[in-house]
Write a protein that binds this ligand. Structure first.
Ligand SMILES: *[C@@H]1O[C@H](CO)[C@@H](O)[C@H](O)[C@H]1NC(C)=O
Ligand SMILES: *[C@@H]1O[C@H](CO)[C@@H](O)[C@H](O)[C@H]1NC(C)=O
Ligand SMILES: *[C@@H]1O[C@H](CO)[C@@H](O)[C@H](O)[C@H]1NC(C)=O
Length: 306
């Protein structure tokens, strides 16, 4: 289930060197992100400053790189809440940063959630009562007191929204049973994409979140003696597995000492349920008289596979 995430890292870690041709940028969308609302020159995908194109490695990394910061938006960064790892720290926006950057005294998340005092100094009791008469009330910091129970209940009770703010509601994410709203509040993951807004910011019902949740199916490379050919645009899994997503087409071949019984059946497609649409073809042995030729075949095989 983590392949998309890994794929993302792989994609992000290798920005292509590309020409100043804009069309080239568009064909390298895996490597380059086009800022949506940019009042700077469209520029090119060379990574120059003040260009509308930024390397994908800078998307959802905690820092705003687009002129208007949309590369750190919740819509973009919350896309794969089901592929989070406890070995990273996730900002409330969904951006991923190194665990060591959490509570290191320096703000690394665009929303500051890596340095929230409720996480970094939990022993320091936050005075929520403020100027209100007792602990049954919460101070909106605007000369208004609301019932304490209205903190982080999914509704704005303070006119300034302070009762639903990141400062008040932030909780640290622990594992995949929890979904973190954009204001830092945790909800059970079952409430994600259930048709109701459980997060005040609606991040639990984002199209980008729900579409990817629905499309989690994938088809793994068939076992030996079959394997994908180079003509197949497959994805790499976290443990070296290869797979494709629904509606992606693959071609297979047999290991070098064998060949497809019926060469016409070397094609398959992953269906929407994550199953191969057709049965796999069989491989049959090739009769080889001269064994030293076999080594040549293996060598050319491993070259085409790399
Ligand atoms: C997930 O984290 C919560 C909060 O720390 C904990 O109560 C729960 O047991 C954890 N669940 C799993 C499956 O690790
Ligand atoms: C590799 O990951 C896939 C799922 O992504 C899993 O089905 C498979 O069993 C894993 N293989 C090994 C050897 O761990
Ligand atoms: C086997 O093939 C190699 C290289 O293709 C050749 O040099 C050798 O003479 C062949 N041996 C026989 C017995 O045909």
């Amino acid at each position: 289930m983590y392949e998309y995430f890994l794929l993302g890292l792989v994609m992000m870690s290798t920005p292509a060197t590309c020409s100043s041709d804009l069309r080239k940028c568009e064909s390298d969308l895996l490597d380059w992100f086009h800022c949506w609302e940019s009042n700077v020159k469209d520029g090119t995908c060379t990574g120059e400053q003040n260009s509308a194109w930024i390397p994908s490695s800078k998307v959802c990394n905690g820092q705003e790189d687009c002129p208007n910061g949309e590369d750190e938006s919740i819509v973009l960064c919350k896309q794969h809440p089901d592929r989070m790892f406890s070995s990273y720290f996730y900002c409330a926006t969904g951006a991923v940063i190194e665990l060591s950057k959490k509570c290191d005294g320096k703000v690394d998340c665009s929303d500051g959630s890596d340095e929230m005092s409720s996480m970094c100094q939990p022993e320091e009791k936050i005075n929520r009562r403020g100027e209100c008469q007792n602990d049954r009330y919460f101070d909106c910091r605007k000369r208004k007191c609301v019932p304490a129970a209205s903190q982080c209940d999914g509704w704005h009770d303070c006119a300034n929204g302070f009762d639903e703010s990141l400062n008040v509601c932030y909780q640290q994410w622990h594992n995949e049973t929890q979904f973190q709203c954009g204001n830092g509040r945790l909800i059970p993951v079952e409430k994600v994409c259930n048709g109701y807004y459980d997060c005040i910011d609606g991040s639990d019902e984002l199209k980008s979140v729900c579409d990817t949740k629905k499309n989690r199916n994938k088809c793994l490379e068939p076992p030996a003696p079959l394997s994908f050919t180079l003509a197949t645009k497959y994805h790499h899994g976290i443990n070296g597995t290869k797979y494709v997503l629904p509606n992606e087409v693959v071609q297979v071949l047999c290991i070098p000492s064998k060949k497809l019984k019926d060469p016409q059946n070397g094609w398959n497609v992953c269906n929407v349920y994550g199953k191969w649409q057709f049965p796999w073809p069989c491989c049959k042995n090739i009769k080889i008289k001269n064994k030293s030729n076999l080594r040549n075949i293996w060598q050319s095989f491993s070259q085409t596979k790399n």
